[in-house]
Design a protein around this ligand. Structure first.
Ligand code: LRH
Ligand code: MN
Ligand code: MN
Length: 389
């Protein structure tokens, strides 16, 4: 048992979770953005907040950027600033969903000029990756149609494939496309990349440097996400996760808040398929917004929730499970999983943090640090940067 415990602890120490720059900024729903005091005004300040999450959790050394929300003049300088704060820049998220030109779509738009504009933005994002040392170009397209007959659905797939191929050809050796899917919103009739199957088909055609991102909030209610994870992992096309929680649609609540059991089941399939090994390159990212709760502690809480799900999944007794599965003992097999899920892993994680020289309670340590009071006093004036700003 101690051998298992030590191995679990080593894996938890090695785990990394990437946090989203936009999670630190003001955000809201389409009804209202509630501004919070001390919220970052610039990408540089978002990195300062992200550094606090890493300081207190020890497992969040990477930050995803969203372009142009995080537009700066000198991306190499931003990467250096990240490094000065103990961080690295992670995925570069392209944004082809906020310009007026994209009303009928971006890379799938019927007009070649608009498609070119969208592709140029994606290519500019690869330039940014060159400057920041990021390896992942994360693509989510709001493209789709609202009404039957609005556009030729199949022609839109052709345009998508062409646009993606142009961007793929520009990737450096260590760079990849992470293609994200979402079943609806903002389009309500057809979405051009609605599901993992469409994303997978495009990735297959593109080549090995194209993989699928699973955003946990992007499925129809009741979808078995862990099955999708297992399948993509088997096929070598699971590029990463956008973790968040949903009760209804793409709610972007804290990961592990709505359905911690689902997060456990996902992490179990990741571990079962060897997906925690660094060589797989699977990016464990958060993609969430903190509309009413304090942002930095919410990101810390989310990171801890992912850690807890991972720890529980690591505790699954594989031998007992394999034997129950072999003998067709349905109840015993299920009990093995449920035993792991029912384990209180918080003492184990406190131990892991203590051994790494961290405070066992990251939320309390952050609260005691005075960072939120300091930023509330110092970060006044200017435009607050972020989602909906
Ligand atoms: C789309 C999405 C995508 C965007 C982010 C802000 O719903 O999940 O990942 O980049 O939200
Ligand atoms: Mn996402
Ligand atoms: Mn989303």
């Amino acid at each position: 048992m101690t051998v298992v415990r030590e191995a679990v602890k080593a894996t938890l120490r090695a785990q990394t979770i990437e946090t989203p720059s936009w999670g630190y900024g003001n955000s809201g729903t389409r009804f209202k953005v509630f501004a919070q005091p001390g919220v970052p005004r610039t990408p540089w300040e978002k990195l300062e907040d992200a550094a606090k999450v890493h300081e207190f959790t020890g497992v969040a050394p990477k930050v995803s950027l969203h372009i142009p929300w995080d537009e700066v003049e000198d991306y190499a300088a931003l990467a250096a600033y990240a490094e000065d704060h103990g961080l690295r820049l992670g995925a570069i998220n392209a944004n082809t969903f906020q310009d007026d030109a994209y009303k009928l779509g971006s890379v799938c738009h019927p007009d070649a000029h608009v498609r070119r504009r969208a592709v140029d933005h994606l290519l500019a994002c690869v330039d940014i990756m060159d400057a920041t040392g990021s390896s992942d170009l994360k693509l989510w397209f709001a493209d789709g149609t609202n009404y039957p007959g609005q556009d030729d659905v199949s022609a839109r797939q052709e345009r998508l494939a062409e646009s993606l191929a142009t961007v793929y050809a520009r990737l450096g050796e260590d760079q990849r496309i992470l293609l994200e899917y979402k079943f609806f919103e903002p389009a309500f009739y057809t979405t051009d990349v609605p599901d993992w199957g469409t994303a997978y088909a495009h990735c297959l055609k593109l080549g090995p440097k194209a993989q699928v991102v699973v955003d946990t909030g992007h499925h129809a209610p009741g979808t078995n996400i862990e099955f999708i994870v297992a399948l993509l992992l088997r096929e070598g096309r699971l590029g990463g996760f956008d973790f968040n929680s949903r009760f209804y649609a793409d709610d972007d609540l804290m990961a592990g808040a709505a359905d911690p059991f689902q997060l456990f089941r996902i992490m179990y399939e990741v571990i079962r398929g060897g997906g925690l090994a660094a060589e797989t390159g699977i990016a464990f990212m958060l993609d969430q917004c903190h509309n009413i709760e304090a942002k930095v502690p919410a990101v810390i809480r989310s990171v801890m929730n992912v850690q807890e799900a991972t720890a529980k999944a690591l505790l699954v007794d594989h031998d007992a499970l394999a034997s129950a599965q072999r003998t067709g003992d349905v109840l015993a097999a299920n009990a093995v999983l449920m035993d792991a899920y029912a384990t209180d892993v918080r003492p184990l994680l406190r131990e892991v943090r203590g051994e790494a020289g961290l405070n066992a309670d990251p939320v309390a340590a952050y609260a005691a640090s005075g960072w939120s009071e300091k930023t509330a006093t110092e970060r006044v004036g200017g435009e607050q940067a972020g989602w909906g700003a």
